[in-house]
Structure formats: structure tokens, C-alpha cells
Design a binder for this molecule. Sequence first.
Ligand code: HEC
Length: 184
Amino acid sequence: MKHFKLIIALVIFASIVSCNDKRTPQVQYMPDMYESVPYDANGVEGIKGKAVNSKPVAGTIARGGHPAYDIPNTLEGYNKAKAELKNPLEATEANLENGKAMYTIYCATCHGNKGDGQGVLSQREKFEGIPRYDDAARNITEGSIYHVIMYGKNLMGSHASQLTYNERWQIVHYVEKLRTDLAK
Ligand code: HEC
């Protein structure tokens, strides 16, 4: 029994090691190597307080996008747009051509191809009070036309969701052209 003491020592050692409580976490050396630290993908707080994939700052504009229309749908808003809002697009042939195409689809049924208020829905008396674009009392401007496309006016509904930013301003150019032609 030369190794008796050694065997006893090993048995005691093994029993101490194996009698660990399995339900409590063991000591880990560099735990980051075993357990990844999850990021809160859609939260503002990421690891150590750094912003991760958080929502864009208010007022952020997507590349190629345009600022949101921030003039309110009120009488003051209408007057402000009428006085100050300017068409960012040039009245090029291409812009007028697409403006005409969009106008024919979205506006002509009521306003008529010439903008004289004699669209097919007007003739069939489905809608009343559709004005001529050269109505002196209304004295529409590029800004007021855009505003009305965005929000509508009384019986006329908003056309904001059917048209892109550029298409709306192209229509504005075309409506101004119709207005000029009517007044001739
Ligand atoms: C369903 C019929 C209808 C359609 C479609 C329609 N409109 Fe109108 N629009 C009206 C009526 C009705 C009015 C008169 C609203 C009022 O002042 O009571 C009007 C008024 C206007 C005015 C004068 C607003 C002012 O400042 O007094 C403009 C400009 C105008 N529309 C442009 C457009 C354009 C551009 C489109 C196409 C994107 C369009 N409309 C589509 C019925 C329509």
C-alpha cells in the first residue's frame, strides 16, 4: 500500500471538485468569450450606453427624399403657402409634360383638360362649384396650388398620397400654364 496516501488524497480531491453546486454559476475566466452581449437592435441604448441602430434624429431626410410638408392645414397655412411657397422645379418641357400626364389622370375629371372647371364629373353634375383656374377672386399661386394638392379644399380631396413630391410640383407648373392659357 505504497500509494495509499496518494489514493486517499486523490479521492478527497475528486470528491471536493465533483461536489460543486451545479445550480450556481461557476467562476468563468473572461466570460465574454462564452456569452455574447446582445444588442438591443431597435433600442436607443446599446452596449455601454452607445446608440445602436436607433431611430433617426427628428427632421432626418432620407437620401433623395424631401422635407415633410410642414405648413399646417389651416387658413393661415393656406395664406402662408399662397404668399411664400415657391416651386423648386424649373418649368422645363419634361416637367410640364409629366405635369400634364399627371393632371390628366388626377385632376382633369373635375377641372377639365383646359382647367376651366368643365371636367366630365362637373358636366355630369357630380361635383359643383369647380372653379376655373383663372378665377380672379381666388387668384391662385404656385404655393396655393401645392397646398391644395396636399390637403384638398372642401369638396376636393387631398391628392398627397397619390403623387410624389416631384409630380405635385410638375402639376403645379402645368396648372399655372393652363391658367395663363385660360386668361388669354
Ligand atoms: C373630385 C373633383 C376634384 C378633383 C379630382 C380635383 N379637384 Fe381641385 N377642386 C375641386 C373643387 C370642388 C374645388 C373648389 C373647392 C372650394 O374652394 O370649395 C377645387 C379647387 C381647386 C383649386 C383652387 C383652390 C383655391 O385655392 O381656391 C385648385 C388650384 C385645384 N382645385 C387644383 C386641383 C389639382 C391640381 C387637382 C389634381 C391633383 C385637383 N384639383 C383635383 C374639385 C376637384
